[in-house]
Design a protein around this ligand. Structure first.
Ligand SMILES: *Cc1c(COP(=O)(O)O)cnc(C)c1O
Length: 381
């Protein structure tokens, strides 16, 4: 169906940070499937793991133990706050699972509380519950009646959250850094304040790390920037190295509200996607990609800040690691198109923000090349 306003090219091949279209034209890919291909396209470790697995066992039901799934769950828990993982197939489903867990936890362990507070300008997915959690009217338009039990407050405004909490509140769900909403990094005090508030009122703090998780911001998980841990976290995008894999992670005492039969997915955590996820996790750790992300993020950011000095229609450079946004004083859809013509793929985050989310594997030469192309395009604005 015609749900995507597509660019007039078809991408047919990818390698590292480059993709080629059906006419053979190459592009430097600073979209990376929107923060999915964090190891670059067709990384050999992912290709090898997946091809081995498809020759061994492609799918079995979650009625049985699945070795790659258990190994990936262990790797995620070993490197995060979490004790338990539920696997699914997308970011929306991961958040859907978090919403369901919060409601069950509220019913069983928190006096029947069920309301979830989310932030304005957030993005949590496109299922009915997750688009309702999403604090953007344009995403919810036309889908009434929506599920009840969500409340929105401005992002990065602790007082607004404090005021919104009442005896119905079960959880707070936020992106530790907003991606789709314009690449917005909140104050450390805000995220720490949310943690304190949740501790005081016995609420669940749930971080949607679908975009920022798995090294994207120069830390393995976004929450590490703030010195706090959530009770629940969702992952997807980069988790499966390009294969559809989502996860909802929680501490043991919270995960207890999900007993056998309370939630399920046919494909969630199947052997192939989890082998891909294991290859992603191992490569990120062994190849030092979090460190490379921080270094290349700093290099790219410096270059973008130099451009912002020169071109006054750039209002601000924002982000962390290799999740960077340029806020303009105008809509910048045409700049995205011009970059594409010049061989650089970038993506919007709201009408006025040009976003870059390249593979975490990029080097200085690719950063320089992207900056050169962007400069050429900005000179023509
Ligand atoms: C992309 C995204 C989602 C939705 O993920 P899908 O896999 O498209 O369902 C949810 N939350 C955040 C923060 C995202 O960036």
């Amino acid at each position: 169906m015609n749900t995507y306003a597509r660019f007039p090219i078809a991408l047919v091949r990818g390698e590292g940070a480059r993709v080629w279209d059906a006419d053979g034209k190459g592009y430097l890919d600073f979209v990376a499937g929107i923060a999915v291909n964090s190891l670059g396209h067709c990384h050999p470790a992912v290709a090898k793991a997946v091809s081995e697995q498809v020759r061994t066992l492609i799918h079995v039901s979650n009625l049985y133990h699945i070795e790659p799934q258990a190994r990936l769950a262990k790797a995620l828990c070993d490197h995060s706050f979490a004790d338990r993982v539920f696997f699914c197939n997308s970011g929306a489903e991961a958040n859907e699972a978090a919403i369901k867990l919060a409601r069950r936890y509220g019913a069983e362990q928190a006096q029947g509380r069920s309301e979830i507070i989310t932030a304005l300008n957030s993005f949590h997915g496109r299922t009915l519950a997750t688009l309702t959690a999403t604090g953007q009217e344009k995403i919810r338009l036309g889908y009434d009646p929506l599920p009840a039990g969500f409340r929105y407050v401005p992002f990065n405004d602790l007082d607004a959250v404090v005021d919104a909490v009442d005896e119905r509140t079960a959880a707070i769900l936020v992106e530790p850094i907003q991606g789709e909403g314009g690449v917005v990094v909140p104050d450390v005090a805000y995220i720490r304040g949310l943690r304190q508030l949740c501790d005081d009122k016995r609420l669940l703090l749930m971080f949607d790390e679908v975009q920022v998780g798995m090294g994207r911001t120069g830390r393995l998980f976004g929450y590490e920037h703030f010195g706090v841990e959530p009770d629940v976290m969702t992952l997807a995008k980069a988790l499966g190295g390009g294969l559809p894999l989502g996860a909802m992670l929680a501490r043991e005492d919270v995960a207890r509200s999900f007993p056998p039969g309370s939630h399920a997915s046919t494909f969630g955590g199947n052997p192939v996607v989890c082998r891909a996820g294991l290859a992603v996790m191992e490569t990120i750790l062994e190849a030092g990609l979090v460190e490379n992300c921080e270094a290349m993020g700093n290099a790219l950011r410096q270059g973008l800040e130099a451009l912002a000095q020169r071109f006054t229609f750039i209002r601000e450079v924002r982000g962390k690691g290799l999740l960077l946004g340029l806020e303009m004083d105008r809509e910048c859809g045409s700049m995205v198109l011009e970059c594409m013509k010049e061989g650089l793929l970038v993506v919007l985050a709201g009408a006025n923000v040009l976003r870059m989310v390249p593979p975490l594997t990029i080097g200085q030469a690719e950063v320089d090349e992207a900056l050169e192309i962007l400069e050429r395009v900005l000179e023509r604005v």
